[in-house]
Write a protein that binds this ligand. Sequence first.
Ligand SMILES: Cc1ncc(COP(=O)(O)O)c(C=O)c1O
Ligand SMILES: [Zn+2]
Length: 366
Amino acid sequence: MDVQYICSNCGKVQPVTTHAPKCNCDGLWKLQFAPPAFDLQLVDQNQWNIFRYRAFMPLADDTWKSVTMGEGLTPIINFDEDLMLKMDYFMPTLSFKDRGAAVLAAHMGAIGVKSVVQDSSGNAGNSVAAYCGRIGMACDIFVPEGTSPGKIDMIRAHGAEVHIIPGSRDHCADVCRAEVTKPGRYYANHVYNPFFYEGTKTYIYEIYEQLGRIPQHIFVPLGNGTLFLGVILGLEHLLTSGAIKAMPKIIAIQSAHCAPFAAAKEKGLHEPAQVEIKPTLAEGIAIGKPMRGAEILEKIYQYDIDIVEIPEEMILPARAALAKKGIYCEHTTSGNYAAYLKYCQLHGKTPDSLVTMCGAGLKSDH
Ligand SMILES: Cc1ncc(COP(=O)(O)O)c(C=O)c1O
Ligand SMILES: [Zn+2]
């Protein structure tokens, strides 16, 4: 299998067996990998997890067999006549991040990683800790002070060591990245590591397999873009394989209190705009300086992707409305539904829409 990293800044290539988190020039790695054309015949019907799509993943060996915890294959339900919900919090650690963490763990096992570090205030840290526990890898998770005790307990329960760092989320990432430079540590980060996106792209494969088609409107949250970029990867693959004839309308969701992509698009910028950030209940997408910002904006322009901002005051009513119908999701995720409602206010009835329910409710009850 011909798989390499290529630096998104200087174009240098590197084998994926490298333990370096990024290029010497500071550029993030992108994956150079052309999977075979998407074909349902290549989907392993005996695997009830995301590795049923492994024919389209750059995996070097069978480590995935000891990694999988049945992640993925989340149901799609009809919420009303226009809206489908993909229940992506039906996952081992209750969020979509398990898609990415499972593939990343399989890769890390294959290249002999023994000890990982990761910084996260939420679902990604939970997920990486769980999968490291699953395959017996030492794991240190750095969280900013103020992280909810429930999440810290969960990370510790998986056997990871938790480091609570005073100060901001950005400072916490800096402390963690200093740790990565020590010999023997691997940065299992959801934004840096391209293998994470090889997992999140299965979100699209599943939709295609479950519905036999891709809905007209795909709503996807956009903070650092781990699901967003996975959605693009998956759709581009279906398109080049001839499984779909055109890209659907993609609608990216930002918080009105933290919308660097919306501001950039309005001004035609090719880097995320510097924006004033206000506190938001949609903490999972409150990312002021997304690391893969230029890459994401390129896709936004290429596919004429709309961006809708969640009005803060719509988050709690949206969460209550979902809960009344039996769906108890986290605040960031009820923001996805609020964004759909806002989009309908702006553009009218939007049939054949699919929104992800990607984080479980108990996670944000603090
Ligand atoms: C529930 C939930 N939704 C959306 C997101 C946004 O993902 P990303 O920052 O990769 O765009 C996250 C990220 O942590 C999340 O936990
Ligand atoms: Zn470089």
